[in-house]
Design a protein. Structure first.
Ligand code: FES
Length: 95
């Protein structure tokens, strides 16, 4: 099964990825506005806000939770794209 990732209000077209894909494995500078650094959940470069996910996303692990408490402490919709695994269609924006 494949799911769609949308980047509203950007020039980037939606792209499709297999279920449980790690966004860091599939997204790059030419197909998305999301930039990646460490890809391990530490640097915060890939900070995004989930605009819509149909309520289905993997739960952040301890490392991601700690990073989010530093990089986006008051944003309940913030995630690190490198830690997200696709389980539904999602819309995201960089923050
Ligand atoms: S790329 Fe560093 S936290 Fe995601």
């Amino acid at each position: 099964m494949k799911y769609k990732i949308c980047f509203p209000d950007t020039e980037y077209l939606p792209c499709e990825m297999p279920e449980n894909s790690n966004l860091a494995d599939e997204l790059n500078a030419s197909n998305s506005p999301v930039l990646f650094g460490c890809r391990t959940g530490l640097c915060g470069t890939c900070l995004i806000e989930i605009i819509d996910s149909a309520g289905k996303l993997n739960i952040p692990n301890e490392i991601e939770e700690e990073a989010l408490s530093i990089y986006a402490p008051n944003n309940q919709k913030a995630r690190l794209a490198c830690q997200v695994r696709l389980q539904s269609n999602i819309s995201i924006k960089t923050i």
